[in-house]
Design a protein around this ligand. Structure first.
Ligand code: CUA
Length: 153
C-alpha cells in the first residue's frame, strides 16, 4: 500500500517536471526577446550601426558603450575588443547569412542571431579577464571555428 503512494508521487513529480520543461521550451522557442529590431540582411554592411562594428562610446543612455557585431559564416566582426572594467555595454548583433549563436562564456549573454533581426542585450562587465564568444547554433562546416574575444581590462 505504501508502494502505491510512492508510485503515485513519483509519476506526479515526473509529470510536473515534463510540464515545466514543455512550458519553458515553448516560451523560449517562440519569443526570443532580443530579436525585436529588424534589418535587411543584404544591407547589413551599409546600415548603422552595423556599418561600423566594434565598441562605440555613447552619451545620455543607460549604458556606456554599444558593442556592435556582424556574424557571417564563419566568423564574427570584430574578432577582438577591449571593454573597460565596470562599464555597462549594450551588445547589438546581427547575421548576414544564416542563423548563428552568440554566447559570451562566463556571462549571461547568450543570443540567437537570425537573418533580418537585430539581437540586443545589455550587460555590465564587472569581472576582469578574457571572455570567449562562441557560436552555439550549428551553421555549417565552419561552425566550430567561429569565435571572438572580449577582453575586460
Ligand atoms: Cu555560426 Cu555555428
Amino acid at each position: 500500500r505504501f508502494e502505491k503512494i510512492w508510485l503515485i508521487f513519483g509519476v506526479g513529480a515526473l509529470l510536473l517536471f515534463l510540464t515545466v520543461l514543455g512550458v519553458s521550451a515553448f516560451y523560449l522557442g517562440n519569443q526570443p526577446p532580443s530579436c525585436l529590431v529588424t534589418i535587411d540582411p543584404e544591407q547589413v554592411d551599409t546600415t548603422a550601426p552595423f556599418n561600423k562594428p566594434g565598441l562605440n562610446k555613447v552619451e545620455g543612455k543607460d549604458w556606456d558603450y554599444e558593442l556592435v557585431y556582424v556574424a557571417s559564416a564563419f566568423s564574427y566582426n570584430p574578432v577582438k575588443v577591449e571593454v573597460p572594467l565596470g562599464s555597462t555595454v549594450k551588445v547589438m548583433a546581427t547575421t548576414k547569412d544564416v542563423i548563428h549563436g552568440f554566447e559570451v562564456t562566463g556571462t549571461n549573454i547568450n543570443m540567437m542571431l537570425e537573418p533580418g533581426y537585430v539581437s540586443e542585450y545589455v550587460a555590465k562587465f564587472d569581472k576582469a579577464g578574457e571572455f570567449l564568444i562562441i557560436c552555439n547554433e550549428y551553421c555549417g562546416a565552419g561552425h566550430h571555428m567561429m569565435s571572438s574575444r572580449i577582453e575586460v581590462v
